[in-house]
Design a protein around this ligand. Structure first.
Ligand code: GUN
Ligand code: ZN
Length: 434
C-alpha cells in the first residue's frame, strides 16, 4: 500500500534549470505535455512522464490537473506584511505615502490580535495568487514577527521575514532604538531562524529611518548570523535619496551608507535600485547583493523605471517582487505584466520564458534557495502552482489562436491573475483558499 501522503500530480509540467537566453534555448527548461510528479512526505521524489511515474507508484492516488500547467510555486522576494490594509491608498510619492498611510497602518500591529488576523488574510492572499514563498517586512513590533511566522508554520510554508528596525523619522510608537532593535531582532532570529521552514531576515527599513548606530547594530547582527538574509530599500525616489545624503553626508552615495556598515553580500536584498550610479553598480556586483525590481510599486508611487539591462550588464543579480502595499497586486503574474511594460518603455523586451524563469527559479537563486524551491527537481520541496490559461473569457478567446508554450505563458502573464490559479500546493498539500 502507498503511504497516505504519497500522490501523483499529473499535468503539463514546466520547470527551469537556468535563465533562458532566448526562445530557442530549450536546454534552459524542461516541459512535459503529459508529465507527473511523485509527491512523498512533502517533497518531489520523482519527475517524469505520467506513464513512467504511474509504473513506479501504481498504488498512489492520482490528481489529474490536465490540461493545466504545473510549475514551481511563485516566489515574491519583497513584500510588506503589515501593509495589507495600505494597498490601494491614494497617496503622493514615497515619503508622503509612508507618513500618511503606511506608518499609521503599521502602528496597529502593536496589538498581537490584529497581527494574527491580518496574517491570516495575508497568507490567504499569497496562496490564492499562487505564491508559496515570500520575503516580508513585518512591523517594528516583535509580536508582528511571531504572528507572521506562526501563521506560516500552520500552513507549512517556507517564508522569510523579520522585524523592521527603525529608530527615527517615524511616529514615536513605531520607533525602537538601536539597542532594542538589536536585542529584539536577535531574540526573534534565535527563535525562528531554521525552525521548520522559517528563515529570519535582518530588516533595517532604510537609511532614513535608522540612525548610524542602528545600521551598525544591523551590521553586527549580520556578521554574527551570516546564515540570515538582510533586506532594505535603496534608490527608490529622488526625495528619499536627497534626504538620505543629508543624513549621511560622508557616505558619498546611497549604497555607500549600507556598505560602510557591512550590510552588503550575497544574502542582501535591496528593494528598488532605480536611481543607481556606476560606482553603486560595481559594489553591488562585487558584493553579490541582489537588486529587487518592484514594478507595480514603482509605477504606483511614480518612483521611476528599473533598468534591468543596465544592472545585468554590470553583473548585478536581479529579482522581482510585488512590494505590496506600495505595490498594487499580490499576483506575480500581474507583477510580470507591469514589469514587462516598464522594460518595454526602455526598449527591453523580456521573453515570456525569461519572465516565468524569473518568478520561479530566478527568484529562488536570488534568495540562495534554489536547492529547495523554485524548481520541480526531485528532492526539492513540493511547493507548486497549477495554472489555467483559459481562466477568464478574454483568456479563453485569446487561447483559441495560441499554438506554443511561450504564447500561452504570455497570455497568462498579460491577462492572468488569481483566477488563473487552479491550485497551490505547499509541501505537497493543496492549500489554495476557497
Ligand atoms: N522605503 C522605506 N519603507 C518603504 C516601504 O514600506 N515601501 C516602499 N516601497 N519603500 C519604502
Ligand atoms: Zn518595500
Amino acid at each position: 500500500m502507498a503511504d497516505q501522503n504519497t500522490k501523483i500530480l499529473r499535468g503539463r509540467l514546466l520547470t527551469f534549470h537556468d535563465a533562458p537566453q532566448g526562445p530557442e534555448d530549450t536546454g534552459a527548461y524542461s516541459y512535459d505535455e503529459d508529465g507527473a510528479l511523485l509527491i512523498e512526505a512533502g517533497k518531489i521524489s520523482r519527475r517524469g512522464s505520467f506513464a513512467e511515474i504511474r509504473a513506479a507508484a501504481p498504488d498512489a492516488t492520482v490528481v489529474d490537473h490536465r490540461p493545466h500547467l504545473i510549475l514551481p510555486g511563485f516566489i515574491d522576494t519583497h513584500i510588506h506584511f503589515p501593509q495589507a490594509q495600505v494597498i490601494a491608498s491614494w497617496a503622493d510619492q514615497l515619503l508622503d505615502w509612508l507618513n500618511d498611510y503606511t506608518f499609521p497602518a503599521e502602528l496597529k500591529f502593536a496589538d498581537k490580535a490584529h497581527g494574527r488576523r491580518i496574517a491570516r488574510g495575508f497568507y490567504d492572499a499569497l496562496l490564492s495568487h499562487g505564491t508559496t514563498t515570500a520575503s516580508a517586512y513585518c512591523s517594528s513590533h516583535p509580536n508582528s514577527v511571531d504572528a507572521y511566522f506562526e501563521e506560516a508554520e500552520s500552513r507549512g510554508m517556507l517564508m522569510l521575514g523579520g522585524k523592521t528596525m527603525m529608530d527615527r523619522n517615524a511616529p514615536a510608537d513605531l520607533c525602537d532604538t538601536a539597542q532594542s532593535a538589536y536585542d529584539d531582532s536577535k531574540a526573534l532570529l534565535q527563535k525562528w531562524h531554521g525552525r521548520g521552514r522559517a528563515h529570519y531576515v535582518i530588516t533595517p527599513r532604510f537609511a532614513i529611518t535608522s540612525t548610524p548606530k542602528q545600521l551598525e547594530a544591523a551590521g553586527s547582527l549580520l556578521k554574527e548570523h551570516p546564515a540570515c538574509h538582510l533586506q532594505t530599500h535603496i534608490n527608490e525616489n529622488h526625495n528619499e535619496i536627497a534626504f538620505t545624503l543629508e543624513l549621511y553626508p560622508e557616505a558619498g552615495d546611497y549604497l555607500g551608507v549600507y556598505e560602510s556598515f557591512g550590510l552588503l553580500g550575497a544574502k542582501t536584498l535591496l528593494g528598488h535600485c532605480i536611481h543607481m550610479n556606476e560606482r553603486e553598480l560595481g559594489v553591488m556586483r562585487d558584493t553579490g547583493s541582489v537588486a529587487v525590481f518592484c514594478p507595480t510599486s514603482n509605477l504606483f508611487l511614480g518612483s521611476g523605471l528599473f533598468d534591468r539591462k543596465r544592472l545585468e550588464d554590470a553583473g548585478v543579480k536581479t529579482a522581482i517582487a510585488t512590494d505590496v502595499g506600495g505595490g498594487t497586486n499580490y499576483s506575480m503574474l500581474r507583477t510580470l505584466d507591469e514589469g514587462y511594460k516598464v522594460l518595454q518603455l526602455q526598449r527591453q523586451r523580456l521573453h515570456p520564458l525569461t519572465c516565468f524563469y524569473w518568478i520561479t527559479m530566478g527568484n529562488a537563486k536570488a534568495l540562495s534557495l534554489a536547492d529547495r524551491i523554485g524548481t520541480l527537481e526531485p528532492g526539492t520541496d513540493a511547493d507548486l502552482v497549477v495554472l489555467n490559461a483559459r481562466a477568464t473569457r478574454p483568456m479563453a478567446l485569446r487561447m483559441e489562436t495560441v499554438e506554443t508554450l511561450s504564447e500561452e505563458l504570455f497570455v497568462l502573464q498579460t491577462l492572468g491573475d488569481d483566477r488563473a490559479v487552479v491550485e497551490t500546493y505547499v509541501a505537497g498539500e493543496a492549500r489554495r483558499p476557497e
